[in-house]
Design a protein around this ligand. Structure first.
Ligand code: GLU
Length: 308
Protein backbone atom coordinates (compact mmCIF):
# COMPACT_ATOMS: atom_id res chain seq x y z
CA UNK A 1 0.00 0.00 0.00
CA UNK A 2 2.75 2.45 1.00
CA UNK A 3 4.64 1.99 -2.25
CA UNK A 4 1.56 2.58 -4.37
CA UNK A 5 0.47 5.72 -2.58
CA UNK A 6 4.00 7.13 -2.64
CA UNK A 7 4.26 6.49 -6.37
CA UNK A 8 0.91 8.14 -6.97
CA UNK A 9 1.92 11.18 -4.90
CA UNK A 10 5.23 11.54 -6.72
CA UNK A 11 3.48 11.29 -10.10
CA UNK A 12 0.99 13.97 -9.07
CA UNK A 13 3.80 16.21 -7.84
CA UNK A 14 5.54 15.94 -11.20
CA UNK A 15 2.30 16.44 -13.10
CA UNK A 16 1.40 19.58 -11.12
CA UNK A 17 4.88 21.08 -11.54
CA UNK A 18 4.75 20.48 -15.29
CA UNK A 19 1.68 22.67 -15.60
CA UNK A 20 1.93 25.28 -12.83
CA UNK A 21 1.32 28.16 -15.22
CA UNK A 22 -1.98 26.73 -16.42
CA UNK A 23 -3.66 26.76 -13.01
CA UNK A 24 -6.24 29.47 -12.58
CA UNK A 25 -5.87 32.38 -10.19
CA UNK A 26 -3.35 34.08 -7.95
CA UNK A 27 -1.97 34.03 -4.42
CA UNK A 28 -4.33 35.70 -1.91
CA UNK A 29 -3.49 39.37 -1.50
CA UNK A 30 -6.48 40.75 0.40
CA UNK A 31 -4.40 39.95 3.49
CA UNK A 32 -1.13 41.65 2.38
CA UNK A 33 1.17 39.37 4.38
CA UNK A 34 -0.15 36.32 2.49
CA UNK A 35 0.80 37.71 -0.91
CA UNK A 36 4.51 37.13 -0.22
CA UNK A 37 4.23 33.37 -0.72
CA UNK A 38 5.62 32.23 -4.14
CA UNK A 39 2.90 30.77 -6.39
CA UNK A 40 4.94 27.82 -7.67
CA UNK A 41 4.90 25.68 -4.55
CA UNK A 42 3.19 22.36 -4.09
CA UNK A 43 3.01 19.77 -1.35
CA UNK A 44 0.86 16.79 -0.52
CA UNK A 45 0.80 14.40 2.44
CA UNK A 46 -1.29 11.34 3.27
CA UNK A 47 -1.78 9.87 6.73
CA UNK A 48 -3.56 6.51 6.92
CA UNK A 49 -5.65 5.12 9.78
CA UNK A 50 -3.17 2.20 9.73
CA UNK A 51 -0.29 4.63 10.31
CA UNK A 52 0.76 4.79 6.62
CA UNK A 53 2.50 8.11 6.08
CA UNK A 54 3.61 9.46 2.67
CA UNK A 55 4.39 12.88 1.31
CA UNK A 56 5.70 14.62 -1.77
CA UNK A 57 6.87 18.04 -2.93
CA UNK A 58 7.41 20.89 -0.44
CA UNK A 59 5.86 18.77 2.28
CA UNK A 60 7.74 20.45 5.12
CA UNK A 61 7.16 24.02 3.91
CA UNK A 62 5.09 25.94 6.48
CA UNK A 63 2.10 28.10 5.57
CA UNK A 64 -0.71 29.61 7.58
CA UNK A 65 -3.61 27.21 7.80
CA UNK A 66 -6.26 29.96 7.48
CA UNK A 67 -9.73 28.47 7.19
CA UNK A 68 -8.59 24.91 7.76
CA UNK A 69 -8.50 26.10 11.39
CA UNK A 70 -12.31 26.30 11.20
CA UNK A 71 -12.43 22.51 11.39
CA UNK A 72 -10.72 22.54 14.77
CA UNK A 73 -12.71 25.55 15.98
CA UNK A 74 -15.89 23.60 15.25
CA UNK A 75 -14.46 20.45 16.84
CA UNK A 76 -13.63 22.28 20.06
CA UNK A 77 -17.04 23.98 20.10
CA UNK A 78 -18.90 20.69 19.52
CA UNK A 79 -16.97 19.15 22.42
CA UNK A 80 -18.36 21.88 24.67
CA UNK A 81 -21.81 22.66 23.29
CA UNK A 82 -22.93 19.54 21.43
CA UNK A 83 -26.03 20.14 19.32
CA UNK A 84 -26.94 23.39 21.09
CA UNK A 85 -24.24 25.06 18.96
CA UNK A 86 -26.68 24.84 16.05
CA UNK A 87 -28.92 27.47 17.68
CA UNK A 88 -26.25 29.98 16.66
CA UNK A 89 -24.97 28.70 13.32
CA UNK A 90 -26.64 26.69 10.55
CA UNK A 91 -25.74 23.51 8.69
CA UNK A 92 -26.59 24.51 5.14
CA UNK A 93 -24.33 25.32 2.19
CA UNK A 94 -24.18 29.07 1.68
CA UNK A 95 -23.90 29.46 -2.08
CA UNK A 96 -22.19 32.79 -1.39
CA UNK A 97 -18.56 33.84 -1.01
CA UNK A 98 -16.66 32.92 2.16
CA UNK A 99 -16.72 36.52 3.36
CA UNK A 100 -20.17 37.56 2.13
CA UNK A 101 -22.33 39.80 4.32
CA UNK A 102 -25.60 39.86 2.41
CA UNK A 103 -27.04 36.50 3.48
CA UNK A 104 -26.25 37.26 7.11
CA UNK A 105 -28.51 40.31 7.05
CA UNK A 106 -31.38 38.46 5.35
CA UNK A 107 -31.14 35.55 7.75
CA UNK A 108 -31.21 37.46 11.02
CA UNK A 109 -27.54 37.21 11.96
CA UNK A 110 -27.37 33.40 11.93
CA UNK A 111 -24.60 32.29 9.53
CA UNK A 112 -25.40 29.46 7.12
CA UNK A 113 -22.62 27.13 8.30
CA UNK A 114 -19.47 27.07 10.47
CA UNK A 115 -17.06 27.08 7.51
CA UNK A 116 -17.81 30.50 6.05
CA UNK A 117 -16.18 33.38 7.88
CA UNK A 118 -19.29 34.55 9.74
CA UNK A 119 -19.99 31.00 10.91
CA UNK A 120 -16.44 30.45 12.09
CA UNK A 121 -16.37 33.80 13.87
CA UNK A 122 -19.58 33.07 15.79
CA UNK A 123 -18.25 29.59 16.64
CA UNK A 124 -15.08 31.28 17.86
CA UNK A 125 -17.24 33.60 19.97
CA UNK A 126 -18.94 30.54 21.50
CA UNK A 127 -15.52 29.05 22.29
CA UNK A 128 -14.34 32.35 23.71
CA UNK A 129 -17.19 32.17 26.24
CA UNK A 130 -16.04 28.76 27.47
CA UNK A 131 -12.23 28.98 27.38
CA UNK A 132 -10.05 31.31 29.43
CA UNK A 133 -7.25 31.26 26.82
CA UNK A 134 -8.77 30.15 23.50
CA UNK A 135 -5.72 30.85 21.31
CA UNK A 136 -3.44 28.97 23.68
CA UNK A 137 -5.91 26.08 23.81
CA UNK A 138 -6.20 25.89 20.03
CA UNK A 139 -2.44 25.95 19.56
CA UNK A 140 -1.82 23.36 22.27
CA UNK A 141 -4.47 21.06 20.77
CA UNK A 142 -2.86 21.28 17.34
CA UNK A 143 0.60 20.76 18.84
CA UNK A 144 -0.60 17.62 20.51
CA UNK A 145 -2.54 16.27 17.51
CA UNK A 146 0.29 16.99 15.05
CA UNK A 147 2.98 15.77 17.46
CA UNK A 148 4.92 18.99 17.01
CA UNK A 149 5.22 20.95 20.28
CA UNK A 150 6.91 23.77 18.40
CA UNK A 151 3.98 24.90 16.22
CA UNK A 152 3.61 28.67 16.34
CA UNK A 153 1.39 31.50 15.17
CA UNK A 154 2.75 33.73 12.39
CA UNK A 155 2.46 37.06 14.19
CA UNK A 156 2.99 39.08 11.00
CA UNK A 157 0.06 37.39 9.25
CA UNK A 158 -2.16 37.64 12.35
CA UNK A 159 -1.40 41.36 12.63
CA UNK A 160 -1.96 41.92 8.92
CA UNK A 161 -5.33 40.19 9.18
CA UNK A 162 -6.29 42.31 12.17
CA UNK A 163 -5.28 45.50 10.38
CA UNK A 164 -7.47 44.50 7.43
CA UNK A 165 -10.29 43.10 9.54
CA UNK A 166 -13.08 45.43 8.39
CA UNK A 167 -15.21 42.88 6.54
CA UNK A 168 -14.88 40.25 9.26
CA UNK A 169 -15.53 42.93 11.88
CA UNK A 170 -18.66 43.98 9.98
CA UNK A 171 -19.96 40.40 10.14
CA UNK A 172 -19.29 40.17 13.85
CA UNK A 173 -21.00 43.51 14.54
CA UNK A 174 -23.96 42.51 12.41
CA UNK A 175 -24.31 39.30 14.41
CA UNK A 176 -24.02 41.30 17.62
CA UNK A 177 -26.80 43.63 16.45
CA UNK A 178 -29.01 40.52 16.08
CA UNK A 179 -28.05 39.28 19.56
CA UNK A 180 -25.91 36.43 18.22
CA UNK A 181 -22.56 37.46 19.70
CA UNK A 182 -21.54 37.27 23.35
CA UNK A 183 -18.06 38.77 23.66
CA UNK A 184 -16.14 41.84 22.61
CA UNK A 185 -15.84 41.82 18.81
CA UNK A 186 -12.17 42.83 18.73
CA UNK A 187 -11.20 40.20 21.31
CA UNK A 188 -12.91 37.42 19.38
CA UNK A 189 -11.41 38.60 16.08
CA UNK A 190 -7.92 38.55 17.56
CA UNK A 191 -8.46 34.93 18.57
CA UNK A 192 -9.98 34.06 15.17
CA UNK A 193 -7.04 35.62 13.27
CA UNK A 194 -4.56 33.86 15.53
CA UNK A 195 -6.22 30.53 14.73
CA UNK A 196 -5.98 31.33 10.99
CA UNK A 197 -2.31 32.32 11.31
CA UNK A 198 -1.11 29.07 12.88
CA UNK A 199 1.69 27.75 10.68
CA UNK A 200 1.82 24.10 9.71
CA UNK A 201 3.09 21.95 6.87
CA UNK A 202 1.09 19.31 5.00
CA UNK A 203 2.55 16.40 6.96
CA UNK A 204 1.46 18.00 10.24
CA UNK A 205 -1.97 18.86 8.88
CA UNK A 206 -2.64 15.33 7.66
CA UNK A 207 -1.60 13.93 11.02
CA UNK A 208 -3.40 16.51 13.18
CA UNK A 209 -6.76 15.83 11.56
CA UNK A 210 -6.42 12.04 11.42
CA UNK A 211 -9.38 11.75 13.80
CA UNK A 212 -11.68 12.83 10.96
CA UNK A 213 -10.90 9.61 9.08
CA UNK A 214 -10.87 7.47 12.22
CA UNK A 215 -14.29 7.81 13.86
CA UNK A 216 -13.18 10.76 16.00
CA UNK A 217 -10.01 9.23 17.46
CA UNK A 218 -6.48 10.43 16.68
CA UNK A 219 -4.65 7.64 14.85
CA UNK A 220 -1.24 7.99 16.54
CA UNK A 221 -2.29 7.83 20.18
CA UNK A 222 -6.00 6.98 20.22
CA UNK A 223 -6.82 10.41 21.68
CA UNK A 224 -10.62 10.75 21.78
CA UNK A 225 -11.43 14.00 19.98
CA UNK A 226 -15.11 13.60 18.99
CA UNK A 227 -17.73 10.91 19.36
CA UNK A 228 -18.07 8.72 16.30
CA UNK A 229 -21.48 10.28 15.59
CA UNK A 230 -20.22 13.86 15.89
CA UNK A 231 -17.30 12.96 13.67
CA UNK A 232 -19.65 11.62 10.98
CA UNK A 233 -21.76 14.77 11.25
CA UNK A 234 -18.69 17.00 10.93
CA UNK A 235 -17.61 15.12 7.82
CA UNK A 236 -21.08 15.56 6.34
CA UNK A 237 -20.83 19.31 6.84
CA UNK A 238 -17.36 19.37 5.29
CA UNK A 239 -18.74 17.53 2.30
CA UNK A 240 -21.58 19.99 1.77
CA UNK A 241 -19.87 23.26 2.82
CA UNK A 242 -16.11 22.87 3.18
CA UNK A 243 -15.13 24.66 -0.03
CA UNK A 244 -17.40 27.70 0.20
CA UNK A 245 -19.58 28.25 -2.83
CA UNK A 246 -17.53 25.72 -4.80
CA UNK A 247 -18.39 22.84 -2.46
CA UNK A 248 -20.61 21.21 -5.07
CA UNK A 249 -17.86 21.27 -7.69
CA UNK A 250 -15.37 19.78 -5.21
CA UNK A 251 -17.86 17.06 -4.23
CA UNK A 252 -18.40 16.31 -7.91
CA UNK A 253 -14.73 16.22 -8.88
CA UNK A 254 -13.05 14.82 -5.77
CA UNK A 255 -15.89 13.12 -3.86
CA UNK A 256 -14.46 13.61 -0.36
CA UNK A 257 -15.24 15.85 2.62
CA UNK A 258 -12.72 18.71 2.55
CA UNK A 259 -11.80 22.11 3.91
CA UNK A 260 -9.82 24.78 2.13
CA UNK A 261 -8.07 27.91 3.34
CA UNK A 262 -6.88 31.05 1.57
CA UNK A 263 -3.28 30.18 2.50
CA UNK A 264 -3.57 27.51 -0.22
CA UNK A 265 -4.17 24.42 1.91
CA UNK A 266 -6.92 21.86 1.45
CA UNK A 267 -7.55 19.09 3.93
CA UNK A 268 -9.54 16.12 2.60
CA UNK A 269 -10.85 13.00 4.29
CA UNK A 270 -11.36 9.48 3.04
CA UNK A 271 -13.43 8.10 5.93
CA UNK A 272 -12.01 4.89 7.37
CA UNK A 273 -8.82 5.21 5.28
CA UNK A 274 -6.86 8.47 5.44
CA UNK A 275 -6.57 12.21 5.69
CA UNK A 276 -4.91 14.02 2.81
CA UNK A 277 -3.38 17.49 3.05
CA UNK A 278 -2.43 19.40 -0.05
CA UNK A 279 -1.01 22.90 -0.40
CA UNK A 280 -0.34 25.23 -3.29
CA UNK A 281 -0.95 28.96 -2.78
CA UNK A 282 -2.50 30.02 -6.08
CA UNK A 283 -6.25 30.40 -5.49
CA UNK A 284 -9.14 30.24 -7.92
CA UNK A 285 -11.95 32.80 -7.82
CA UNK A 286 -13.69 30.94 -4.98
CA UNK A 287 -10.62 31.19 -2.75
CA UNK A 288 -9.62 27.53 -3.16
CA UNK A 289 -6.20 26.24 -4.28
CA UNK A 290 -6.45 25.41 -8.01
CA UNK A 291 -3.51 22.99 -8.05
CA UNK A 292 -4.74 21.53 -4.76
CA UNK A 293 -8.13 20.62 -6.20
CA UNK A 294 -6.49 19.21 -9.33
CA UNK A 295 -4.12 17.10 -7.22
CA UNK A 296 -6.91 15.74 -5.05
CA UNK A 297 -8.95 14.87 -8.11
CA UNK A 298 -5.98 12.95 -9.55
CA UNK A 299 -5.45 11.22 -6.22
CA UNK A 300 -9.13 10.21 -5.98
CA UNK A 301 -9.11 8.92 -9.59
CA UNK A 302 -5.87 6.97 -9.32
CA UNK A 303 -6.86 5.22 -6.08
CA UNK A 304 -10.58 5.06 -6.79
CA UNK A 305 -11.44 7.04 -3.67
CA UNK A 306 -14.52 8.97 -4.77
CA UNK A 307 -17.05 8.13 -2.04
CA UNK A 308 -19.86 7.27 -4.44
N1 GLU B 1 -8.29 34.53 7.76
C1 GLU B 1 -9.08 34.51 6.55
C2 GLU B 1 -10.19 35.51 6.64
O1 GLU B 1 -10.74 35.67 7.69
C3 GLU B 1 -9.60 33.12 6.37
C4 GLU B 1 -10.36 32.96 5.08
C5 GLU B 1 -10.13 31.64 4.42
O2 GLU B 1 -9.14 30.96 4.61
O3 GLU B 1 -11.02 31.27 3.67
O4 GLU B 1 -10.53 36.16 5.70
Amino acid sequence: MTVNIQTVLDDINQDVRNQFDTFEGKVADYIPALSRMPADRFAMAVYGVDGTFCHTGDAHQRFTIQSVSKVLTLTLALQRYGDSLWDRVGKEPSGTAFNSLTQLEFEGGKPRNPFINAGAIVTCDALYSRLSAPTHHMLETLRSLSNNPRLTINAIVARSEFEHRHRNAAMAHLMKSFGNFENDVEDVLRAYFSFCAIEMCTTELARAFSYLANKGEAVADGQHVLSSKQNSQLNSLLFTSGLYDASGDFAYRVGMPGKSGVGGAILAVVPGRFTVAVWSPKLNRYGNSSAGIYALEQFADRLNLHLF
